[in-house]
Design a protein. Structure first.
Length: 438
């Protein structure tokens, strides 16, 4: 595979549109600083460059662990890496936001934090028969940590992509790169994550991921719908929430076992709804509601996929069986030249229905009865302008994703920033490529 050595940031200019949607002086400055610091630290006149993005879960909340589907997208927030191979069998990574870490590629001793993630990626790739060697690197990340944009998965895929480029001529398939990141989190970071985050970052763009039989995916060519995305960080901590996260797949699988299956994906939807009252009585109301969310959210994911692939006539479902979110009409949103298409309006309605289902059926929008962090942001965003707003990611803490008509995006960002602080509001753009070497 062809790899370019960069001596200065001006050589990156032609790549900025692909990575960030436009040529941006701030991004050019980032690359200039990364190259300058790499040259200063390692005494090299040039370096290779890698960019690994964050991601958003567009729709499909808590479906992957029970064999469901998720639509996710890589976004314009990324970690960039300047790197070159060395002859020391050591991975040395310095960075703007991190202390220098050093990992011997033959050392598999368990450890946590970033060194553990590096060791986990290295170990998995070696187990799969791929070549691994030492390299020097300098990183800079603008992916916020703890904000649900998968900063750790972006770091893992950056390491995997560097190894793929330097020592394997780019021959490692995206699925293997994703599995290396998941292995690192499961084995060294002790976080029982699925394959969602790593997969979309390895694949890039908008992707419909289907976990019914391992992992299948459909890359979506998203049309210009006149919609923008805004992420809002609640500011609440994810610490001590592991048990709440783990309870959701456990509850869903408890319902699946009632039907003699291991996952809800293997349960007939009609059979579940026909026996819903019995499930609620014998298994539990919380478990039944979470299973109900699974099936209705899966319908919404399928509907959004059909809308994005140009088959809106096949999208007949998606709203909750008991009413759910009120459908958003075109006239409610914008008028005249700024009026949205029926497809865009349906997507906003489905995002809101997803948010309501997570709030009231999945019940992952609050830690306790007095916790209003997520609900307040959802309510505020919907009151500011007609938009879709839903919990993003695991829930209980974390972030809210807003899908807003592009002409009103700046206004929404301003109002959210005034209400919650500009440092907690992130305007996002879909990025069409995943983790890559430039």
């Amino acid at each position: 595979m062809y790899m370019q050595l960069f001596t200065n940031a001006s050589q990156v200019t032609s790549r900025l549109d692909v990575l960030y949607g436009r040529k941006n002086i701030a991004e050019l400055d980032r690359y200039s600083n990364v190259l300058r610091n790499f040259q200063r630290l390692y005494g090299a006149g040039s370096a290779y460059l890698c960019s690994s993005p964050g991601r958003v879960e567009f729709i499909g909340n808590h479906l992957d662990h029970n064999g469901g589907k998720v639509i996710a997208m890589t976004v314009n927030l990324d970690i960039i890496v300047a790197f070159r191979p060395n002859d020391r069998q050591e991975i040395c990574i310095a960075g703007k936001q991190r202390a220098t870490l050093r990992v011997n590629v033959n050392d598999e001793t368990p450890c946590d934090h970033s060194p553990g993630l590096v060791k986990g990626v290295v170990r998995y790739l070696k187990q799969q028969g791929y070549a691994v060697g030492g390299f020097d690197a300098y990183t800079d990340s603008v992916i916020p940590t703890g904000a649900g944009v998968s900063s750790s998965a972006a770091f893992e895929l950056a390491i995997a992509t560097v190894i793929n480029s330097l020592f394997n001529d780019g021959a490692i398939p995206p699925r293997v790169l994703a599995c290396a990141g998941q292995y690192a989190e499961n084995t060294y970071f002790h976080k029982p994550c699925g394959l969602l985050d790593q997969s979309v970052i390895a694949l890039g763009g908008a992707v419909a991921l289907d976990f019914a039989d391992g992992l299948a995916y459909n890359k979506l060519n998203v049309p210009s719908l006149g919609l923008s995305m805004v992420l809002v960080n609640t500011g609440a901590s994810h610490s001590a929430l592991s048990d709440l996260y783990a309870q959701i797949p456990a509850d869903m699988k408890q319902v699946a076992r009632f039907f003699g299956a291991d996952r809800l994906a293997d349960v007939d939807e009609k059979a579940f709804f026909a026996r819903y009252d019995q499930v609620a009585h014998l298994v539990g109301e919380r478990q039944a509601l979470r299973a109900k969310h699974f099936f209705e959210e899966l319908s919404r994911v399928n509907c959004v996929e059909q809308l994005l692939t140009g088959a809106p006539e096949q999208c007949n479902g998606g709203l909750a069986r008991d009413g759910g979110a009120t459908a958003v009409q075109n006239t409610t949103l914008l008028h005249g030249d700024d009026a949205l298409s029926d497809t865009a309006c349906k997507i906003i309605s489905l995002v809101n229905a997803s948010g309501d289902s997570s709030m009231y059926q999945l019940r992952n929008c609050a830690v306790n009865d007095t916790d209003r962090a997520i609900a307040d942001i959802v309510d505020f965003a919907r009151s500011v302008c007609p938009c879709g707003a839903r919990v993003h990611g695991g829930g209980f803490a974390g972030t809210v994703l807003c899908v807003v008509p592009t002409p009103q995006a700046r206004y929404l960002v301003r109002r959210l920033s005034e209400q919650y602080g500009a440092d907690r509001v992130y305007p996002l753009k879909l990025r069409q490529c995943g983790a890559i070497t430039l």
